[in-house]
Ligand binder design. Structure first.
Ligand SMILES: C=C(O[C@H]1C=CC=C(C(=O)O)[C@@H]1O)C(=O)O
Length: 341
């Protein structure tokens, strides 16, 4: 039985799936064009770039229960980090530019990202892995460790869960503090922001088979709530994960609406300007012999040695206001900081 050791040559990946199992891959990993037909392969890519070799084949892999994963990796201690509150000025400039683009009719929605930086007292990797291993459903813990660098999180956003001819996905967008739940439920701006995502997903999947869209609900995640719409499709034919991801990613929960080369280029420029890590908001998935599950890599930490990054994004539409978005970004970062206590 292997556990996590903070060694310079350690390579490990994991993803908690909907059914309560966790798939773990141990390195070294080999990058590949296609997944192993009968084995386990991880899917890892950047938000913007479509790599030719997005599959990562582990030297060794295992599937264990979430409870076993927790007892093996969770550890006890928290992670002490000295955080540096991000400067609001660069974000306010990006926000203004986005509003100009919206008024010009070039975009309806996009999702800039603000990054908070921190410095941990000790090498951060092992403690971050432990913190994410302590998180449970409805969050999906995920991670990628490469020596003393990596990223790991506990995301509420499932992008694809596919087994044979059955596919499930979700629209997750619209955010409030838990204590504001009542007014959130009737907030037109939040509902519109959510509906952009739900309706885009429906339109991108409609031609694949029999689609069912459930009613919009509120997902409770402790301090924070979101609008959630579950969507399922009985597929007419088998779908290749890579092609499905190309169809769906990025949804307007993380990406621009409409999604064109031009609007993606705008968002990538804003993300780069605000120093967003390249995998933030990208699909991260695992294939196991005909079964594929991928989450959206948000609510996580990126680290190298003792340096830690905490990115969070917020959906901007015409009705968005700078102060509220800044507050929402902090709310999302605070949710991640709670993981590491
Ligand atoms: C982009 C993030 O959240 C997404 C998921 C839920 C709600 C969101 C929102 O209300 O903007 C975002 O779409 C993030 O946590 O960094």
């Amino acid at each position: 039985m292997k556990s996590f050791a903070n060694q310079s040559n350690t390579q490990i990946a994991w993803l908690a799936r909907r059914d309560g199992t966790v798939v773990i891959g141990h390195g070294p990993f080999r990058a590949a064009k296609e997944p192993l037909e009968d084995g386990i392969s991880f899917f890892k890519r950047d938000f913007a770039i479509q790599e030719d070799f997005p599959w990562q084949i582990p030297a060794d892999s295992e599937v264990i229960s979430a409870a076993d994963f927790k007892s093996r990796f969770a550890g006890e201690g928290g992670l002490e980090v000295e955080w540096h509150t991000p400067d609001a000025m660069p974000f306010s400039l990006v926000f203004q530019e986005i509003m100009d683009r919206i008024r010009q009719g070039l975009i309806e929605k996009t999702v800039p990202v603000v990054v908070e930086r921190g410095r941990a007292k000790h090498a951060a990797g092992a403690n971050i892995v432990a913190a994410m291993a302590r998180q449970s459903a409805p969050l999906h813990t995920y991670g990628w460790v490469d020596g003393d660098a990596g990223f790991a999180g506990a995301t509420p956003e499932l992008l694809i869960s596919m087994k044979g001819l059955h596919l499930e996905t979700m629209a997750l967008a619209g955010t409030a503090r838990e204590e504001d739940e009542e007014v959130f439920g009737v907030d037109e701006k939040e509902i519109r922001e959510h509906e952009y995502v739900a309706q885009t997903l429906v339109s991108k999947l409609l031609d694949l088979g029999g689609l069912r869209r459930q009613e919009r609900a509120i997902l409770h995640l402790g301090s924070i709530v979101h609008f959630l719409t579950n969507i399922s499709v009985d597929l007419e034919s088998e779908q290749e994960p890579k092609r499905l991801l190309r169809r769906l990613h990025p949804t307007p929960a993380l990406g621009p609406l409409p999604r064109t080369d031009e609007t993606m280029a705008m968002l990538n420029e804003w993300r780069e300007r605000l120093d967003c890590p390249s995998e933030f908001g990208a699909p991260f998935g695992v294939w196991e012999a005909g079964r594929f599950e991928a989450v959206v890599a948000i609510r996580g930490l990126w680290w190298q040695g003792k340096d830690v990054l905490l990115p969070a994004g917020c959906g901007i539409i015409e009705a968005s206001r700078l102060v509220n978005e800044w507050r929402e970004l902090r709310l999302k970062r605070d949710a991640v900081k709670r993981f590491i206590i």
